[in-house]
Design a protein. Structure first.
Length: 272
């Protein structure tokens, strides 16, 4: 059984009705999409232990908030644990530990703060090294405390932007998977917000008074991802009748093999 938005008799359940009233209409829409994603990809199943990586930004806090609400009434029983990683490299826009502690405790989610080092002897770092060390710390923690799923707050926009970035800058067709097994299946990364647009998350955060911190990392100011994000925004403005992001997202499951011979492209790769 996979986590899903409850229907039928669950909708008549008093516990469900009591809890869902606390959630805004936008929140309920996001919950529905989390459920659909879980069914599509088998993200959260009965008995799973889910470690949520919480950066302190809008995406991960939205994910944690809604998962903590869903577990109160969904028939799928799963555990939640939150982890926040602090590094010795500060962007100047971090959510204070006290703020996160209050949120975690209000949600009744166990949590831990981890401090890691990412700066070299010259007090320098880069995106890859910082991200790699953060993930290593999360993977290690999940293994130590016996959690089999690691949930990140990446949403549909992140996935679509990654498709275009890899296509344009790396010459490959790939992105962040909604579900990805690691270490021979011992750990699995899941992205329950993969069907959720960023604008919905921004609205939810405002409606529920969650911190609205946005990334101020100096590496991200003029990044390729920001350029791609702006490109998608401008393209959507002049394309009224099509949902650009949804079309790009869906294209990965709509490969017309009659018009693209993947074997031939692999054979001739790098010859020109």
């Amino acid at each position: 059984m996979s986590l899903a938005f409850p229907r039928a008799k669950i909708l008549r359940n008093k516990k469900f009705i009591k809890n869902v009233k606390k959630i805004s209409r936008t929140g309920r829409k996001i919950i529905s999409r989390i459920g659909k994603a879980s069914i599509s990809y088998g993200l959260i199943n009965d008995g799973d232990r889910v470690l949520v990586g919480v950066s302190g930004g809008k995406d991960s806090l939205t994910l944690l908030t809604l998962l903590s609400e869903m577990r109160k009434w969904t028939p799928v029983k799963f555990d939640l644990f939150a982890v926040h990683i602090k590094t010795d490299f500060h962007c100047g826009q971090c959510v204070h530990n006290e703020v996160l502690t209050k949120i975690f405790e209000e949600l009744e989610v166990p949590y831990i703060f981890l401090n890691i080092k990412v700066l070299d002897e010259n007090n320098k770092t880069n995106c890859f090294w910082c991200s790699w060390n953060r993930r290593k710390a999360i993977f290690t923690l999940a293994d130590e405390i016996g959690y089999n799923k690691i949930a990140f707050g990446h949403h549909k926009d992140d996935i679509v932007e990654t498709i275009l970035m890899n296509l344009l800058y790396n010459g490959e067709i790939s992105t962040m998977n909604p579900k990805q097994e690691l270490f021979e299946g011992r750990l699995t990364i899941i992205r329950p917000l993969c069907y959720v647009e960023e604008e919905m998350i921004k609205t939810f955060v405002k409606e529920h008074g969650l911190p609205e911190q946005f990334c101020k990392c100096p590496f991200g100011k003029d990044s390729r991802r920001k350029y791609i994000k702006n490109f998608l925004t401008e393209t959507q403005k002049i394309t009224k009748r099509a949902n650009i992001k949804t079309n790009i997202f869906n294209s990965l499951s709509r490969i017309k093999e009659d018009y693209i011979d993947l074997r031939k492209y692999k054979e001739y790769r790098g010859k020109e």
